[in-house]
Design a protein around this ligand. Structure first.
Ligand code: OFO
Length: 172
C-alpha cells in the first residue's frame, strides 16, 4: 500500500516521464530541421523509451492500490540552435531526472515502503545507463565540431547498439 505522499510523488514522476518523452520528441523535430536525421531517430527512440518508463510506473501504482492522477505537461523548449545544444540540454535533463528518482527512493525509505524501494531500483540503474549514453553523445557531438556527416555516422552506430527495454522489465 502506497502512502499518500508516495502516491502523489509517483504520479508526479509519471507526468515527468511523459514530459521527458514530449521534450525528446520536440528535440527530434529540431534535429530534423537541422538535417540531422540519424540524431533525430535517436531522439525519437529516446522519446518512446520515456513513454515506456511512464507506463511501467503507471502499472506499479495500479498494482500497489494507488490512484493514478496525471498532471499537466509543460511545453518543452524548442529553440535549440545546434546538435550540441540538444545533447547538452539532454544531459542536464537526465541529471535532473536522476535527482528526482533519488528523491522517490528517499520517500520510500522514509515510509519503510520496501516494495516501492525495490521497484525503484530499476529506475536508478536505468538512469546510470542513460546518463552514460548521453554523456557519450555530448562527447561525440563536441568532437565532431562542424563535421555533421561524421557525427551522423557515429550516431547511427549508437542507434544500432541501443537495446530496447525487455518486455519483462516493462511488466505490462
Ligand atoms: Fe525516464 O529515463 Fe531518463 O529520463
Amino acid at each position: 500500500m502506497l502512502s499518500r505522499e508516495m502516491n502523489e510523488k509517483l504520479n508526479a514522476q509519471i507526468t515527468h516521464e511523459f514530459y521527458s518523452s514530449y521534450l525528446y520528441r520536440q528535440m527530434a523535430s529540431c534535429l530534423n530541421l537541422m538535417g540531422m536525421t540519424m540524431m533525430e531517430s535517436y531522439f525519437v527512440a529516446q522519446a518512446d523509451e520515456e513513454r515506456q518508463h511512464a507506463i511501467k510506473l503507471i502499472d506499479y501504482v495500479q498494482k500497489s492500490g494507488g490512484k493514478l492522477v496525471l498532471g499537466a505537461i509543460d511545453a518543452p523548449a524548442h529553440d535549440f540552435k545546434s546538435a550540441l545544444a540538444v545533447a547538452e540540454a539532454t544531459l542536464e535533463h537526465e541529471k535532473g531526472v536522476t535527482g528526482r528518482i533519488h528523491a522517490l527512493v528517499a520517500q520510500a525509505e522514509s515510509d519503510k515502503d520496501y516494495s516501492t524501494r525495490s521497484y525503484l531500483q530499476w529506475y536508478i540503474d536505468e538512469q546510470v545507463e542513460e546518463e552514460a549514453s548521453i554523456m557519450e553523445l555530448v562527447q561525440l557531438t563536441r568532437m565532431a565540431g562542424d563535421n555533421l556527416l561524421g557525427l551522423e555516422d557515429r550516431v547511427e552506430k549508437l542507434l544500432k547498439a541501443r537495446t530496447p527495454i525487455p518486455a519483462q522489465d516493462l511488466g505490462v
